[in-house]
Design a protein around this ligand. Structure first.
Ligand code: DCP
Ligand code: MG
Length: 389
């Protein structure tokens, strides 16, 4: 297991001539290795993930993850914030929640999804900035095109060196750092990408997997959340090594079908393929209210919340797609519904508000549900690139 690839001088974001320093000489990759195209990024949480699979005896998969993505963008754009604890999210007095925070803030125990008031209790000097989803979407698109540019270049290099180049290019062009994990499967690559965060990478070779898994906290495994973690703790299990003592039938007894997955995952076995994007056609968010809304003002207030949620979702899940239409859906107290939609409008709050006004004005009935959403153009690489213009 080799931690590799910190860019020198990156910590302060000040170095103008960042040099990439591969930790070891080029190993070269077997010439018959075929880069399995740019296996598409999962735009999860607005960060750009890229799995690259090399066709050879064993798989090599890379997981690339931007470091404190939204916060890094804000700090980059406001150099006076460098070195200070910075978070991005809703304001304390509006019962806001943080989307993320930089590594300075993490030292105080501040985390993603933490209510802003709690974060400020932990770190009174925390600077909380509002989200700018349009900027995050744009950056994610830039990063994605850098990844596309590299896919044909990766073949002659060993993966870890290739990813030094990718990460270096991303840094040169966006002044944002990323981290990469390299492993024989998705599970290991994802966990490895977190090992040397921020601004680092980590490789786990196939023969190193058993040792790597041994002391790994079970929470690191995909699918294990707080509840399962607690249940395992009651059984005296904290690490993957400890979980390995359970037989398949025992795990099925405890966790049902997921027990079967757990048996493999805690051993670092994961055969999930790297899947190309299955593009969705639309993305929307909606809320049904405990008490029907009777005035346009009430609806507008709710719409603003839905809009924030939608923008967050969009930045996380579909950060690079071209939007062709926006829509607002209303369901009324008598369960009839109406949708107002318009092509060519940007997803901005005033445009959503105009659609709400239109839909509300159609009946004036009490409203039990409001939905807001966008429809996407067909995905192609060209579209992803057009999005940048
Ligand atoms: N995000 C969000 N809500 C969350 C988690 C994340 O809105 N609960 C957003 C903000 C993040 C971005 O998605 O900047 C990427 O998510 P990551 O999980 O990759 O977190 P970061 O990139 O912020 O930090 P890290 O350096 O740990 O990857
Ligand atoms: Mg990230």
């Amino acid at each position: 297991m080799q931690p590799t690839g910190n860019f020198t001088g990156c910590d302060s974001f000040t170095s103008r001539s960042l040099s990439l320093q591969p930790s070891r000489p080029c190993r070269g990759f077997p010439s018959r290795s075929i880069l399995d195209a740019a296996r598409h990024d999962e735009a999860i949480f607005g960060a750009t993930y890229c799995h690259v699979e090399i066709e050879s005896k064993s798989r090599s998969i890379i997981h690339l993850d931007m470091d404190c993505f939204y916060a890094a963008i804000e700090v980059r754009d406001r150099p006076s914030l460098r070195g200070k604890p910075v978070a991005v999210g809703g304001a304390r007095d509006r019962r806001g929640v943080l989307t993320t925070c930089n590594y300075e803030a993490r030292k105080f125990g501040v985390r993603s999804a933490m209510p802003t008031f709690m974060a400020l209790q932990r770190c009174p000097n925390l600077i909380v900035l509002p989200t700018r989803f349009d900027v995050y979407r744009r950056e994610a698109a830039v990063i994605r095109t850098i990844l596309y540019r590299f896919t044909s270049l990766i073949e002659p290099l060993s993966l870890d060196e290739a990813y030094l180049d990718v990460r270096g290019t991303i840094f040169r062009e966006t002044k944002l750092t990323s981290s990469a994990g390299i492993g024989p499967n998705k599970l290991i690559a994802k966990i490895a990408s977190e090992m040397n965060k921020p601004n680092g990478q980590f490789e786990v070779k196939p023969e190193e997997v058993p040792r790597f898994m041994q002391d790994l906290p079970v929470r690191q495994i995909w699918g294990i959340g707080e509840k399962t973690e607690r249940k395992l703790e009651e059984l005296g299990v904290k690490t993957c090594g400890e979980l390995q003592r359970f037989s398949r039938p025992e795990l099925i007894n405890l966790f049902g079908k997921f027990g079967l997955d757990l048996y493999d995952l805690c051993r670092g076995i994961d055969d999930r393929p790297v899947e190309p994007d299955r593009p969705r056609k639309s993305l929307s968010t909606e809320e049904t209210f405990a008490v029907d809304l009777t005035t346009l003002e009430q609806c507008e207030e709710k719409l603003e919340e839905l809009f924030q949620d939608l923008m967050a979702d969009l930045a996380q899940k579909e950060s690079t797609r071209e939007i062709t239409k926006i829509f607002v859906k209303l369901k009324f107290s008598d369960f009839t519904r109406t949708t107002a939609e318009r092509a060519g409008l940007a997803p901005t709050l005033p445009d959503f508000r105009a659609l709400l006004d239109e839909a509300f004005g159609r009946t004036g009935k009490p409203v039990r549900l409001i939905g807001a959403g966008v429809r996407f153009a067909e995905t192609t690489l060209e579209n992803a690139q057009l999005d940048l213009l």
